[in-house]
Design a protein around this ligand. Sequence first.
Ligand code: FAD
Length: 308
Amino acid sequence: MLRQVLLSASRSDKVKSLVETAPVTRSLVHRFVAGERTFDAVRVTEHLAAQGLYASIDHLGEDTLDPARARATRDAYVTLLGRLDDAGLAGHAEVSVKLSAIGRYLPGDGEAIALDHARAICEAAKTCGTTVTLDMEDHATTDATLAALRELRADYPWVGAVLQAYLRRTEGDCRDLAGTGSRVRLCKGAYDEPASVAYTDRADVDRNYVRCLKVLMAGGGYPMVATHDPRIIELTGMLAARNRREPGTYEYQMLYGVRPGEQTRLAAQGERVRVYVPYGDQWYGYLMRRLAERPANMTFFLRSLAGR
Ligand code: FAD
């Protein structure tokens, strides 16, 4: 219930201005967001690399209806990739991109504009020798995002996609994308989805995650296991052994600010661990999804709002 309220608030402009102007919000934002500037994203990547961790960097923003903002987001990614290269960090970091941040919802030919912007970002990634992963948004965009993936992979075969285990369709999508050369990030899913398309019971989502993970780990692609769930992390190790996969033929992924001790523990064991690092000033939707995931985060937030 609280999860649904928070997820619908994540798309409310009224709640957005309330939360953005609350003086206490900033410390909570800093727990999950690297900072507002390109410099902050590079600094955090450097810090992660020093701990043997990799990064996937997200320039925050989504659902834009402003062509100038979509272009600015594209340019921010291109600048970021150049800075990572200059700092010798391109081998440690890739970028994660939401198509809704680079124009998918612009009137007229939004999908085509987003695809063009995505191509520019892929070209910059190619120049510095790293990769791009397309984030997955709500279920209404899944088909279009997978279509964009197919288009991009024709020129940039290393472009990765995200699949969400809460969607009923995802086991089939995993089968389609489990082949050699594909990179798939499997997560549980962070949006408020109807029961007609998604499992709404957490145990059902977890069971579907396990089914999907088995498909990806048995396939020829590169699975990116995006979860903080200790049971799934343990199972991944067992599936790697069963499928004779060495560390580096798959990776774990976690969010910046969530279970950092587990991130370094796995890396110390020789596993490849990538941290999803968001930066920028458009943090509202991202923060609300993180609050929705964990009631303890929400309690902390409400206490701060009440000044306690
Ligand atoms: P859960 O069952 O939610 O959590 C398991 C345990 O992890 C919890 O008990 C808790 O200890 C810890 N935990 C989880 N979340 C938090 C938190 N916010 N704060 C503190 N502790 C926490 N979703 C999408 O829909 N599209 C995407 O493109 C996408 N990309 C992602 C990329 C990465 C690298 C990761 C890690 C997640 C991504 N997500 C995405 C979010 C994902 O779908 C889940 O909402 C989120 O990861 C929480 O699910 P979980 O697997 O950790 O399991």
